[in-house]
Design a protein around this ligand. Structure first.
Ligand code: MCN
Length: 799
């Protein structure tokens, strides 16, 4: 084979990284030309419907399933008692302390139900409609028990219990003391020495991760092998956990996450319904499908946030911060789920924000209540922490009579101080908080808006204007395994990739990351196109199937690019290294004499000769003229485990109009400048920032899961649970600074959660800035017109 030929040197193509490529996956996602889990139809497939508890806490008496069992097209009905021996417990993979109390969580309740929406029986029928109709025919005898809903009461003396068999409602207590390790003395001393101490109680209301595609699971048994399709963020983790829970050997279980319509943390889970589907398919030896209704989703898929935060900040009179104390109550709901105890602990390290606190103490209690379990929701712990620090900085500024931005500037880490080890022990890698802030002020048109605010205030305009800041950073890119290991006993944080060059020069990239809306197929293609010098279109990214990508830790914590993308780059570089050996042999040159540019190897100083890596793929496949001792394949694997988190940062500024007569609020302008290191795809990054802003603003203004006194979710539909649409959101003025992250070969920092973490406090600070002169110093989220009006006209926080 003669792959070497004379030809003009190709002009190096423009770099792919940095180009605003439209997402290659979008054509099929937007037009619906893909197979969502619920589109799966298998021969002889049966349908599941779940009978759910309408009471929040009760002992289970008799369950009469006879009428359901004999209903038309019903094949079987199982109660928790029927499945008791094989169902195990839904796993919690993040026990934060050795003493953590875990009540255990059967997929189908056996003796006691602990929240509305908990599964008590499952119907199996030949059609979905028949299964759903039969749900109504199951008669359950509930013996009511006291309902625990309020975390502060739940920790009191002699209180009612969420779980009858436990002795308290506390699951765990986790304390972190900076300063004199473990003693808290440094923090106590800082507060004793302070000129000013400000204390606040903030409420992070309960939110629901309202993904577009509801959860759905299909299981196909084939002998003792099982294939599960599930709308999940974590097929790899799910497979391991399901094997552990059900006893099905891991190698007999394949999990596929096909295209998934969003997750936002809500599908980072091993759900009862996934376990139920697998158990029923095993019992009956038939394929089964379960797809939830939207109401089931709102009621039974895990919720997020739900924390009460007691925050104390100490400073001297000049505004130098001296200490921070945080005590939070984190509502676990009725059970511990996959990573729920870890969510507030992730936040623990972020309360000091971007500021140079000399002393810090964090104390978290995980509390059980008779509500839907909570777990990860976009940002998981870090939005809560960012809210607390950015809100209390504003309160401290008021107390000191300082400009809120001046106070922040005085205390934040300077651009020349990176890497900087914070009081919480994190090493922030790079950034420039001043630079991002200056750009954001320009984008907002800060001076004119402050001037307008002054005019409106002086004229007593019923519509007042406020400006709110949030200067934030976050730890994301979860990894590193060693650090995660020191915080928990669960999984590590590496990611895996393999790259295969096919004989015709096309490239298959296999990634352990599992996109569910983030556009990895596009971004990973851009990375590989640059490394290998092959056209973007010649690259296919494979993911989300444990048989195709057997190793992976999936997508959450804005980890995919900085961990999974980095593994892809490393694998590509290994492919190039091997290709170099083969090229040197074919070009009869030393490896060190070759240059690799635009996808071609050529001998330095001998323009006109060369061989492209795509041609090498065919030469490798044929292996006619091949170097001794080299395997005839052009592929490579890489596993990447960074040594540090990634620390994106930014400044978000919101200008807010508040109608003091009606309590209506309107975001007048929103400007944000984020630093996510090297940007692989600016269009995707813009989309991620927009989506995150929408969710963060939604927490500030619209969304709240509300329970009545009996523990019924009163926001069980999208009529009551207000997810904003594009029409409810303002135009966003976005900008970027770029400080490459030193910890990964791309130089990138995560972006998937940034907008959501940064935006909520900016919005609330803006509203308070508009009405503070009217005596308002806090308003509960979401800032409904009623709450805003009450805070202005009746005092308090509007609650
Ligand atoms: N990116 C980039 N340059 C950077 C950083 C990121 O081009 N400097 C690109 C990446 O290549 C990737 C996307 O931005 O295509 C997001 O990357 P990353 O920050 O690594 O986040 P993940 O891919 O790990 O996604 C997880 C993150 C999380 S934790 C939630 S929650 C969330 C989010 O992504 N859920 C989403 N964004 C979502 N977007 C959609 N559409 N749906 C969800 O459920």
């Amino acid at each position: 084979m003669t792959a070497v030929e004379d030809r003009p040197v190709a002009e190096a193509p423009a770099k792919e990284v940095g180009q605003a490529r439209k997402r290659k996956e979008d054509a099929r996602l937007i037009t619906g030309r893909t197979t969502w889990t619920d589109n799966m139809v298998l021969p002889g497939m049966l349908h599941l419907a779940v009978v759910r508890s309408p009471v929040a806490h009760a002992r289970l008496g008799a369950i009469d399933v006879e009428a359901a069992r004999s209903a038309p097209n019903v094949v079987a009905v199982f109660t928790g008692r029927d499945l008791a021996e094989e169902q195990g417990s839904i796993p919690c993979a993040w026990p934060v302390t050795p003493e953590m109390v875990n009540p255990g969580h059967p997929s189908v309740a056996v003796d006691e139900v602990n929240h509305v929406g908990e599964a008590v029986a499952v119907i199996v029928a030949r059609s979905k409609a028949a299964a759903q109709d039969a749900v109504e025919l199951v008669d359950v005898d509930y013996d009511p028990l006291p309902v625990v809903l309020d975390m502060e009461q739940a920790l009191g003396e002699g209180t009612d219990l969420t779980h009858d068999h436990l002795s308290s409602n506390e699951s765990f207590r986790w304390i972190f003391d900076a300063g004199d390790a473990g003693t808290g003395q440094a923090t106590d001393q800082a507060f004793a020495d302070a000129d000013v101490v400000v204390s606040r109680r903030f409420v992070q209301q309960r939110l629901i991760p309202a993904f577009m595609e509801p959860r759905s699971t299909v299981v196909q048994p084939q002998g003792d092998n099982y294939t599960m399709w599930s709308s999940t963020q974590v097929p790899h983790i799910l497979r391991i956990m399901l094997a552990m829970v059900t006893g099905i050997p891991e190698h007999k279980l394949r999990v596929i996450a096909p295209d998934v319509g969003g997750g936002f943390g809500g599908k980072l889970q091993v759900t009862p319904e996934e376990v139920i589907s697998l158990l029923v398919a095993r019992r009956l030896g038939k394929p089964v499908k379960w797809t939830e209704t939207r109401s089931e989703s709102l009621m039974s898929a895990h919720h997020g946030r739900d924390q009460i935060q007691y925050v104390d900040i100490a400073a001297d009179r000049e505004g130098n911060v001296l200490g921070l104390k945080v005590h939070i109550l984190a509502d676990m709901g009725a059970y511990l789920r996959l990573v729920s105890p870890g969510v507030p602990i992730l936040g623990a390290f972020m309360y000091p924000g971007i500021y140079k606190f000399p002393a810090y103490r964090f104390d978290c209690q995980g509390v059980f209540t008779n509500k839907t379990p909570t777990d990860a929701y976009r940002g998981a712990g870090r939005p809560e922490a960012t809210f607390a620090i950015e809100r209390i900085m504003d309160e401290l500024a008021v107390e000191l009579g300082m400009d809120p931005l001046e106070l922040r500037r005085k205390n934040w880490i300077g651009a020349g101080e990176f890497p900087f080890t914070t009081v919480a022990g994190l090493e922030y890698d790079s950034g420039d908080y001043d630079g991002a802030t200056e750009q954001a002020l320009r984008l907002l048109g800060y001076d004119e808006l402050r001037e307008e605010q002054r005019r409106r205030r002086e004229s007593g305009d019923p519509v007042q204007l406020g400006i709110g800041f949030s200067t934030f950073t976050e730890m994301c890119g979860l990894a590193p395994s060693r650090v995660l290991g020191s915080l928990s006993y669960g999984a590590g944080g590496w990611e895996h990739a393999s790259i295969r060059m096919l004989p015709t020069g096309k490239v298959e990239v296999v990634t352990g990351s599992t996109p569910h809306g983030q556009g990895h197929e596009t971004a990973w293609s851009q990375l590989v196109a640059d490394e290998l010098g092959v056209p973007f279109e010649d690259i296919e990214v494979l993911h989300g199937d444990t048989a195709i990508s057997p190793r992976g830790l999936d997508t959450y914590g804005s980890r995919s690019l900085v961990v999974g993308g980095a593994a892809v780059v490393n694998a590509a570089q290994k492919v190039v290294a091997k290709a170099r050996t083969i090229a040197a042999h074919l070009l009869e040159a030393g490896e060190e004499d070759l240059q690799f540019e635009g996808g071609s190897f050529s001998v330095r100083g001998t323009p006109g000769t060369g061989i492209s890596i795509q041609e090498l793929a065919l030469a490798t496949f044929a292996a006619h003229d091949f170097p001794d001792g080299v395997e005839p394949s052009l592929d490579a694997d890489a596993t990447f485990d960074p040594v540090n988190f990634s620390f994106p940062h930014g400044t978000h500024i919101c200008a807010m109009e508040v109608d003091t007569e009606t309590g209506m609020v309107r975001i007048r302008k929103y400007a944000c400048v984020d630093d996510v290191g090297t940007i692989v795809n600016p269009l995707i990054v813009e989309g991620q920032v927009h989506g995150g802003l929408a969710q963060g603003i939604a927490q500030a203004l619209y969304e709240e899961a509300v329970y009545d006194v009996d523990g019924n979710l009163t926001t069980g539909t999208f009529v009551d649970y207000l997810v904003p649409s594009a029409a409810d959101l303002p135009h966003f003025d976005t900008g970027h600074t770029v400080h490459a992250a030193p910890g990964n070969p791309i130089g990138a920092k995560g972006v998937g959660e940034a907008g959501c973490i940064a935006s909520t406090p900016a919005v609330v600070n803006a509203a308070l800035d508009a009405v503070r002169h009217l005596g308002v110093s806090d308003i509960l989220m979401p800032l409904t017109p009623e709450r805003v009006w009450r805070a202005i006209h009746e005092g308090g926080d509007g609650g």
